[in-house]
Design a protein around this ligand. Structure first.
Ligand SMILES: [Zn+2]
Length: 487
């Protein structure tokens, strides 16, 4: 069972880490302007990310050989309110659905996909209500079986489009609906013509596409493309496909149909984001996502994970389309609704996504965030943290904290204090409060002349005197007492 929602991400880093606000990176835009402010002098401005302020080509963008690539031209079909409803813990009331739909609209997804109105009377009513919200950015789709009864219900709700799906693999043809490809094709054409006659969008998708016969797939896609529709869909319903298979199938399909290509990837074997990216490289145009990836079994391509991947390929394009600062809010909203926690290592918003620990890394991060980050936390309204109260810490990271505390110390003094922090952290990781206490006591003593650089024994005596807990954290630890907020 999933963990309770009250274990939501609350960066423990607040305890043990330094938020590195002074290194807010300023990313050069394509026009050469700076889109972020930095408190650092111009000479110290970090040159974040791949182009370092120069007009160099993004090495992670499409190559000249990628003539099919749509990594700078794609749309999201957000399926939290359809695929996500199939998640084990999900039960969305109308009120919750409306909140999620409004949040996704404000984020800027191009489409929101809803559960079939044929699923239940409440699903029909919910679909109708969300269609009447008048969302600004997102078009509303619903996802139905390839059946005229479902299609009639769908158009009654006022949706902007209908996503039709039918199983084409031998598994599904044999064990699900029991129909052959001739019947499937005839049924598809009837439904497509009907939905088109209502003047709304129509997509036709196979189900379990990667375990379907290629010749069957291409044949039905070619036929429905000739009939005329907005999109065909490829679905890795069981999560078996790998990026190379995806690239090959989508590239082949791109040569067969002229309409858009939508892709839906399950994450059973951990390829959902990579497969989405490979699909776009091969010419797909639309990717299905859900918030936190929730869906049937272990779900599909997560919205945040896709955004993370696509930010690397074309940051300006992604930033121009989506309100990225809302990502965390939307994830928290959905996590609460389905009573799960945001994973610690979640893309972008996981509490350790932008936390740096190792000493050498911390030094480099302070000098230039791009050294150990491909994504810029500030693009998502997130902060970068450098953890300093541990044995791997370095004096540059400690110096950053000294500056935040407004303590006037020379580099030599910071190195001296760092040696003590490392010595104590060799026994037990020091909390941020402990580190602050050590630095304050050190600063007071060195300023008054009571302490000189290098007098580690004297420093320990001072810490013992002014920090009640330091005795327990010293190299000869005794019985632990509650941590005091020494100052
Ligand atoms: Zn699915």
């Amino acid at each position: 069972m999933c963990p309770p929602a009250d274990e939501q991400l609350a960066p423990p880093s607040k305890e043990d880490c330094v938020p590195i606000d002074t290194s807010a990176p300023a990313i050069p835009t394509s026009t050469g302007q700076q889109n972020g402010e930095s408190h650092l002098p111009a000479a110290a401005q970090p040159q974040h990310h791949s182009n370092g302020g120069q007009n160099k080509k993004n090495p992670y963008g499409p190559r000249y050989s990628d003539f099919l690539s749509n990594t700078s031209n794609w749309k999201i079909i957000e399926s939290t309110l359809r695929e996500g409803e199939q998640f084990a813990n999900a039960f969305f009331t109308l009120e919750t659905k409306i909140k999620i739909a409004k949040a996704l609209d404000a984020f800027g997804v191009e489409y929101i996909e809803l559960t079939s109105p044929a699923a239940s009377p409440e699903s029909f009513n919910d679909c109708k209500t969300i269609c009447s919200l008048g969302l600004k950015k997102s078009k509303i789709l619903t996802h139905i079986r390839c059946h005229m009864d479902d299609a009639r219900l769908a158009v009654e709700t006022g949706v902007d489009g209908v996503d039709v799906v039918i199983g084409t693999s031998s598994f599904l043809r044999e064990h699900s609906h029991g129909k052959d490809m001739t019947w499937i094709t005839k049924q598809a054409i009837e439904v497509i013509e009907f939905v088109k006659s209502k003047g709304i969008e129509i997509r036709f998708s196979s189900e379990d596409s990667f375990r379907s016969e290629l010749v069957d797939l291409l044949s039905i896609y070619r036929t429905v493309d000739k009939v005329g529709l907005n999109r065909v869909g490829v679905a890795d319903t069981v999560g078996c496909a790998d990026p190379r298979q995806v690239y090959d199938l989508v590239r082949t399909l791109r040569g067969v149909v002229s309409c858009d290509i939508e892709c839906h990837f399950h994450n059973d074997t951990g390829c959902a984001i990579a497969n989405a990216y490979a699909a776009l490289e091969a010419g797909a145009t639309h990717i299905d996502t859900s918030v936190l990836g929730i869906g049937e079994r272990n779900g599909i391509t997560p919205l945040g994970g896709l955004i993370a991947r696509m930010m690397v390929a074309d940051p300006e394009y992604v930033k121009s389309k989506y309100n990225l600062h809302m990502l965390r809010e939307i994830e928290n909203l959905v996590a609460d609704a389905v009573e799960i926690s945001v994973p610690f290592n979640n893309y972008i918003t996981g509490f350790c996504a932008f936390t740096h620990k190792a000493g050498i890394h911390a030094k480099a991060i302070l000098a230039n965030p791009a050294t150990y980050e491909i994504l810029n936390p500030h693009d998502f309204g997130m902060s970068r943290y450098v953890s300093i109260g541990h044995r791997l810490t370095g004096w540059n990271a400690v110096k950053s904290r000294v500056e935040q505390l407004n303590l006037d110390m020379t580099d030599e003094q910071v190195k001296d204090a760092t040696a003590k922090i490392k010595e104590l952290a060799d026994v037990k990781t020091q909390s941020m409060e402990d580190v602050d206490s050590i630095l304050r006591i050190y600063h007071t003593a060195i300023t008054s002349g009571e302490l000189q650089v290098g007098q580690q024994k004297k420093l320990q005596t001072l810490l013992d005197k002014h920090m009640p807990t330091s005795r327990e954290q010293s190299p000869a630890p005794g019985k632990r007492e509650p941590v005091a907020n020494g100052n």
